[in-house]
Design a protein around this ligand. Structure first.
Ligand SMILES: C[S@@+](CC[C@H](N)C(=O)[O-])C[C@H]1O[C@@H](n2cnc3c(N)ncnc32)[C@H](O)[C@@H]1O
Length: 365
């Protein structure tokens, strides 16, 4: 099974500290009647941001709404941090970070992705640049970093709103060692900025919606045309079957996570519940090819569906839109989660879009 993702307890303490010292946030149990920020009041601000994103899917994060920065810290940044944790763990397992020691986090906001890299693959952060249009978001990120990774608030790790500093950072180091990160920020841009195509590695994490997911599939095609090799979620460099064989499907992952109390206290006042987290992502490298084992691997791109007489699950290993199908008459099917990498016995017979597999013919890669 895939792990349940848990936020580093030291980082959670940093979130709580910053929420209290910067925003005067108080847990409901100890809040005075006129305290500005309590979980219930933050939930109202979260709802306003959510309404904004729904009405303007590619609009710029509205930090200027009342209560929005505090809500962005304790709700959206926490959620995006867990999503980026999952993507960077996958990257680390695949050896994706080999030779990468510089990172640019574009639209870094309060540092969801940077903090995940610090936790999962600190070797990537030999030097880094966080770029955002919001000074307020960068100030919060700086405060979080001071507590979680004090040695990372130095001139080797600038946080800036100045586009020229970004270009200086690119020009001042080796692009072959540089990774560009976009965590829920490409959705606020028309397309990838030009400097990105100089970077050896790209990590893009986007909302797991139909619109953003399909847009990312189109970006994938374009990157492959530019010579990039996709490392994940795809195990192949061919056309994406969800884009070519369907007008509505999109590739998205789903992970289990452990909700911290800090987060649950807010969510209990909201209609939307994040028991699991959904997102779309792409890991690509310009020169370094994925490991040979990926060529024979497949990615589970659907949840298991229990149907009459069979358990079916969408799988991706090439340009065809395919499903694994375990016939119940052969016994209880094994449990696999969306997003897992597997090896499939090539002897499994194919019937239409289904690979008829039996126990032992699908194993974790
Ligand atoms: C949805 S937030 C994501 C923040 C963070 N990466 C995360 O995962 O939580 C998108 C961020 O992109 C930033 N952004 C949008 N357009 C930008 C632009 N043209 N230049 C710089 N930053 C931008 C916003 O200010 C916001 O902080």
């Amino acid at each position: 099974m895939r792990p349940e993702f848990v936020i580093n307890p030291d980082l959670l303490r940093a979130f709580a500290d910053v929420a209290r010292t910067v925003f005067g946030y108080q847990a409901e149990a100890i809040a005075a009647r006129d305290d500005k920020f309590t979980p219930a009041k933050l939930a109202q601000a979260v709802q306003k941001i959510s309404d904004f994103y729904i009405s303007k899917p590619s609009g710029k994060t509205p930090y200027e709404l009342p209560g929005a920065p505090a809500a962005y810290l304790l709700y959206y940044t926490l959620l995006n941090h867990v999503r980026t944790l999952a993507v960077f763990r996958e990257a680390q397992n695949l050896g994706f970070f080999e030779g990468i020691h510089r990172a640019i986090d574009w639209g870094s906001g309060m540092g969801a992705a940077w903090l995940a890299l610090q936790d999962v693959a600190p070797e990537v952060l030999g030097s880094s640049l966080a770029f955002d249009r919001s000074t307020q978001a960068l100030d919060v990120q700086r405060a979080l970093r001071r507590i979680f990774a004090a040695d990372a608030v130095t001139e080797k790790h600038p946080l800036t709103i100045d586009d020229r500093k970004l270009r200086e950072f690119m020009a001042g180091g080796n692009p072959d060692k540089t990774m560009a990160v976009f965590s829920y920020s490409l959705t606020e841009l028309d397309g990838l900025p030009d400097w990105v195509l100089d970077c050896e590695a790209l990590a893009i994490i986007e909302p797991g919606t139909n619109q953003d997911g399909r847009r990312l599939l189109a970006i994938r095609e374009n990157l492959i045309r530019q010579g990039y090799k996709v490392w994940a979620p795809c195990t192949h460099q061919g056309a994406c079957p969800l884009l070519t064989h369907s007008k509505t499907d999109w590739c998205h992952d789903r992970i289990q996570w452990q909700q911290p109390d800090l987060y649950s206290a807010i969510e209990q006042h909201l209609p939307m519940k994040h028991r699991t987290l959904v997102f779309s992502y792409l890991l690509a490298r310009k020169k370094l090819a994925p490991p040979a084992k990926m060529i024979s691997a497949a990615r589970l791109t659907g949840d298991q569906q229990n149907l009459k007489g069979q358990t079916r699950q969408m799988v991706c290993k090439g340009t065809e839109r395919e499903f694994l199908s375990w016939q119940h008459r052969h016994g209880e099917p094994p449990e696999f989660a969306r997003g897992e990498l597997v090896q499939i016995d090539p002897a499994a017979p194919k019937k239409g879009a289904d690979l008829r597999v039996i126990a032992g013919q699908v194993v974790r890669a």
